[in-house]
Design a protein around this ligand. Structure first.
Ligand code: PLP
Length: 285
């Protein structure tokens, strides 16, 4: 079965789907995106993802291409046409097509919309969660507005590649003060020996993860203590547990940071429980 992509109003076989060479997303990374998990063919937490998308568009003054319910419909339709049962749906909106010039085009242009969806292996993801992942740390070198989910991801790409080359799965950015900001494509968390669950507060220096937000509801329901504060890489290395959250990984236990073994060197009980409970609190549509 050929994969289907939605491009500016049309559902096309992926090999025929293309964007203009003067699309500002291609030229300047002048665009935003969202990624939703797909479970049982349904979108996980779509309303929260779309609310964040709306905020990202607003921060960059990119025109909203269509009402949010219409965008959600396109996402669901792309999932359906690709027969995705478990996987991800990707939505990208760029400022549009114009003759190359850094400043915004003078005339009004239509934003470009692309939606793709793919199946993932549930078993492979579960297997990673059973084993836990290794992370490395890397100096923070992104702009101070990473709260906007922009497609400008070069530092994230390089950090992830450094992790791969070091035999790790994720890279945690560390700011000048020595505090972990977040992962290259995930939020970072630790658990203390007395069971406090810690993650950095959502300011301009991290992406306010939707998985992070839902997990906070889970923590509350399970009466686990949350501390929203920064932690250093050294504190993380000495923590009882560590994990990352993202739409594609949900709660993924971390068992090694820069080669230091975390806790007992296997996924901890809090991380494992949070992963198991997560979807009871997630919204499906
Ligand atoms: N931080 C970064 C840099 C990300 O790219 C992502 C997800 O892609 C996240 C955090 C987690 O966000 P979410 O839980 O909404 O997927």
């Amino acid at each position: 079965m050929s994969r289907i992509a939605y491009v500016n109003g049309r559902y096309l076989p992926a090999r025929e789907a293309s964007v203009n060479v003067e699309d500002r997303g291609y030229q300047f990374a002048d665009g935003v995106y969202e990624v939703c998990e797909v479970r049982d063919g349904k979108l996980v937490d779509a309303p929260r993802h779309l609310a964040r998308l709306q905020r990202s568009l607003g921060e960059l003054r990119i025109t909203q291409p269509m009402p949010m319910p219409a965008l959600e419909f396109v996402m669901r339709e792309t999932v359906r046409r690709n027969r995705v049962n478990y996987g991800l749906v990707y939505l990208q909106i760029t400022r549009g097509v114009a003759r190359r010039d850094h400043a915004f085009p003078l005339q009004k242009i239509a934003p470009s919309v692309v939606v793709t969806a793919k199946n993932l292996s549930y078993e492979k993801n579960q297997e990673s969660a059973r084993k836990g992942i290794a992370v490395i740390t890397t100096p923070e070198n992104r702009w101070p507005r990473v709260d906007i989910k922009s497609v400008s991801l070069l530092p994230n790409v390089l950090a992830k590649q450094a992790a791969r080359e070091a035999g790790a799965y994720e890279a945690w950015f560390v700011d000048k003060e020595g505090f972990v900001t977040e992962g290259s494509s995930s939020n970072a968390w630790i658990v203390t020996a007395d069971g406090r669950v810690i993650t950095r507060k959502a300011d301009n220096y991290i992406l306010s993860g939707i998985t992070r937000a839902v997990l906070m509801n889970v923590l509350e329901a399970l009466q686990l203590r949350l501390e929203e504060r920064a932690f250093t890489a050294a504190e993380a290395c000495g923590a009882a547990e560590a994990f990352v959250t993202s739409a594609s990984q949900i709660v993924m236990p971390v068992v090694k940071i820069d080669g230091h073994v975390i806790g007992a060197g296997k996924p901890g009980s809090v991380s494992t429980r949070l992963r198991e409970e997560f979807h009871r609190f997630a919204h499906l549509s």
